[in-house]
Design a protein around this ligand. Structure first.
Ligand code: SME
Length: 157
């Protein structure tokens, strides 16, 4: 049994830095790229952070930091597919115990996936992987939901 660990990264500072990075830039692709990098470099023990965008009923790889990853995920597959299908956050303490988990990087042991919804339309997911089991606590989860909200708000102008 793996417990969720709370890490002491500065979540408030992360959100402030994200706002500062994207407030003057309207381009969604550029903002996703910087957000993926900021997450990767702010929080400990991550091995991947990035986006998959919904295109023709598949999730297609978007901007990310980390090792190369699978380019397409069907909605019926993986943690990302489940988050997209259900539009519910997936906080997976042990990915090896998740049936259908797609192991892009064998180093991943826990995963947090946030659905990205704009005007009631799913446009993709934010996916974050960690080498630790139970890496993502309630504060990580609420912070990433807030970060996605900031990104979407900026996209809409
Ligand atoms: N593990 C994900 C696939 C994407 S990679 O982690 C970057 C999944 O099961 O959907």
């Amino acid at each position: 049994m793996h417990e969720i660990t709370e890490y002491s990264n500065d979540h408030a500072l992360f959100l402030a830095q994200l706002k500062a990075l994207i407030e003057d830039e309207p381009d969604f692709l550029a903002n996703m790229a910087n957000m993926a990098s900021l997450i990767y470099h702010t929080f400990d023990r991550l091995n991947w952070s990035g986006f998959y965008l919904l295109k023709d009923d598949q999730l297609v790889l978007g901007p990310f930091m980390g090792k190369p990853a699978c380019t397409r995920i069907r909605l019926k597959d993986g943690v990302c597919g489940k988050a997209a299908r259900t539009r519910e956050v997936q906080n997976i303490v042990d990915v090896h115990a998740f049936e259908g988990h797609i192991a892009c990087d064998s180093a991943s042991n826990s995963e947090l996936v946030i659905p990205i919804v704009e005007d009631d339309r799913l446009i993709g997911v934010l996916d974050i992987d960690s080498v630790d089991f139970g890496r993502f606590g309630p504060l990580d989860q609420s912070t990433m939901i807030e970060a996605v909200n900031i990104l979407i708000k900026r996209k809409k102008g």
